[in-house]
Ligand binder design. Structure first.
Ligand code: ATP
Ligand code: MG
Length: 584
């Protein structure tokens, strides 16, 4: 590809809308363009990298015997009604009507469609196991689209579905996909960690997320170096201390003027935050989007609430709960903003974190402005409707498995795998007949990879970018080599550049020739920005058959003969194009 004849534009300025390096670099390198909030278009270089990631995924899926199909982005509402998810999916689902008023959605995922395909065509155990996949656009009207491809409203996802006759088969399919995912993300140049995950709204019995480790990721993971536990923070169980044996002291109401935060109360009373009780108020919504109830959650003062654990404990949808309008809640339940405690509440669901009953003599709000109560004790002074673990496992907390201190890391979820069991097949009637002509539900697994999210996450890896731009791993680079032609009007330079260009192409190397009439400085800047792994500069030395050879990831460059340069490029590309450290 010759740059002088292609659609290619880089930006010098940092676009306003971008907040994190990978998003800034994708926009500046001209690989993507924003079309609307959370909706992007891929420009030629970006599209090439997307294709490469897709092809790595294809190869690894095919290697496991999965077959590629393609289903429509438009999915009929009736299928989602069968699984019960038409209502459950909530406002993230883009819904559209056809001209007759029939409800459809733009598929956010495709469990229903794949279950439907299989239920009509699989009837016997002889047809199992089986795996189908697709790589298609998915649509989710995210509440907070952000960070470009990381959380967009339209993204590319590879989703596949396994169909097995029994648990053993399902477990084996799951293991195969775990292995395939490990290969995919390694080949893409990600530093990642598979972690145990919550099944969430999709249901089923087991799940792992594959988290690419990076500073700006929205996922927090907990891990233990002593016993290899690794889980998402949503899934991480907390191990509570044994009950505090102290005696219960009598409650004492104290004036605490203006102390509306836990820090202020603890300071004012000279207590550690661990000796206080923190209250968090929520309202829940019914199908008509009107408030249908209130929830008060109590956790130890220094703790953080985990929303996923709370949502699971309450059995509500994530989108059907939010922080309460405390004035309205006060009228009904008796809470007092900043001074709410468990002893003065009524007409709401009270949730206590699992460690709270074991704590003694806590300071809690008095449900009266500017007052707290000291020595509040669970059981004696108040009781909760639900007692369960709703807190985050914090860094340094004991590992729930072995007790060693827990560590935290941030990352972005690039893929997730689930054992679904019979959840969809039973709801939608996907059964097979076994050897004895008995009907059994087909056991399913589902497995997703965010292709467009991976595209951006690759850049977020510290080794894949620097202050000058992207540093693509060879396996996913839009091109392997960029030839920077210093003076397109110089005949000798032109001849050498074209020779290198053609001979590399003949050897199967993907080359871009920067033959634009631009200053060399501009060309070098652009080459660094778009991150092509190998740069061959053709300049003054061309008359003597000398070129300059540089890897984007290294600072140093070398002068080589044209022959040596071509040979070195071919060798490097062939060694790296299938993915870093994949072929050990
Ligand atoms: P998240 O927790 O980040 O919202 P999810 O759990 O809803 O993701 P899945 O339903 O497991 O995501 O989808 C499979 C994969 O699709 C994810 O692992 C992720 O890589 C990708 N993905 C999901 N939502 C988005 C999005 N809004 N933008 C880009 N990629 C996404
Ligand atoms: Mg997920």
């Amino acid at each position: 590809m010759k740059l002088s004849k292609s659609f290619f534009r880089t930006l010098r300025e940092v676009p306003n809308e971008a907040e994190i390096p990978s998003h800034i670099l994708l926009l500046r390198a001209g690989m993507i363009k924003k079309t609307a909030a959370g909706i992007y278009s891929y420009m030629p270089m970006g599209q090439r990298t997307i294709r490469k990631i897709e092809n790595i995924v294809r190869e690894e899926m095919d290697a496991k015997g999965a077959q590629e199909i393609c289903t429509s982005v438009l999915q009929p509402g009736e299928l989602w009604e069968e699984s019960g998810r038409w209502d459950a999916y909530g406002p993230e689902m883009w819904r559209v009507n056809d001209r007759n008023g029939r409800g459809f959605c733009l598929g956010p995922t495709a469990e229903e469609v794949f279950t439907d395909i299989v239920r009509n065509d699989i009837s016997s155990y002889r047809q199992l196991p089986m795996m189908l996949y697709q790589i298609t656009d998915k649509f989710r009207d995210e509440a907070r689209p952000r960070f470009g491809m990381m959380r967009s409203r339209n993204f590319i996802m590879k989703d596949n579905y396994s169909f097995d006759r029994d648990e053993e088969g399902m477990d084996e399919s799951y293991r195969q996909m775990y292995d395939a995912y490990t290969k995919v993300f390694t080949r893409c140049g990600l530093t990642f960690r598979p972690v145990e995950a919550d099944n969430g709204a999709i249901g089923g019995t087991g799940s792992h997320e594959f988290t690419a480790l990076c500073e700006y990721g929205e996922s927090e993971i907990c891990y233990c170096d002593a016993c290899n536990l690794a889980t998402t923070i949503e899934k991480a169980a907390c191990k509570d201390d044994p009950e505090d044996p102290s005696e219960m002291l009598p409650m004492e109401k104290v004036s605490t003027p203006g102390t509306s935060t836990i820090e202020m109360v603890a300071d004012f009373l000279g207590l550690d935050k661990k000796q206080t009780l923190k209250a968090l108020m929520f309202e829940t919504y019914g199908e008509d989007d009107k408030v249908n109830g209130y929830v008060a959650v109590f956790i130890r003062g220094d703790r953080e609430l985990n929303m996923t654990k709370l949502v699971n404990a309450l059995g509500v949808h994530e989108y059907a709960i939010a922080f309460a309008d405390e004035e309205k809640m006060a009228e009904k339940c008796g809470c007092v903003g900043g001074f709410t405690g468990p002893t003065g509440l009524h007409d709401c669901i009270i949730v206590a974190d699992s460690e709270v009953p074991g704590l003694k003599n806590l300071a809690a709000g008095a449900c009266e402005k500017d007052f707290h109560i000291k020595n509040v004790n669970y059981g004696r002074d108040w009781k909760a409707d639900i007692v369960t673990d709703v807190k985050n496992l914090l860094e340094g907390d004991p590992c729930p498995v072995c007790g060693a201190p827990i560590k935290h890391a941030r990352g972005v979820e690039v893929g997730q795998i689930f054992k679904l069991g019979g959840k969809y097949s039973e709801a939608m009637g996907a059964y097979y007949k076994d050897e004895n002509q008995q009907d059994n539900p087909i056991l399913m697994g589902c497995y997703g990879i965010g292709i467009s999210r991976t595209f951006q996450a690759i850049i977020d890896m510290p080794e894949n970018h620097d202050e000058n731009g992207i540093i693509w791993p060879m396996s996913v680079a839009p091109y392997h080599v960029i030839i920077t032609l210093m003076k397109p009007e110089d005949e000798a330079q032109c001849a050498v550049a074209n020779e290198v260009y053609e001979r590399l192409q003949d050897a199967g190397v993907e080359v871009v020739l920067d033959d634009r009439k631009e200053r060399p400085g501009v060309k070098f800047k652009d080459a660094d920005l778009i991150g092509i792994p190998i740069r061959i500069t053709v300049g003054r030395g061309a008359a003597d058959g000398i070129i300059e050879y540089k890897m984007r990831r290294d600072a140093d460059k070398v002068e080589l003969s044209v022959e040596e340069g071509i040979a070195k490029a071919i060798e490097t590309v062939n060694a790296e194009k299938d993915g870093r450290c994949y072929f050990k």
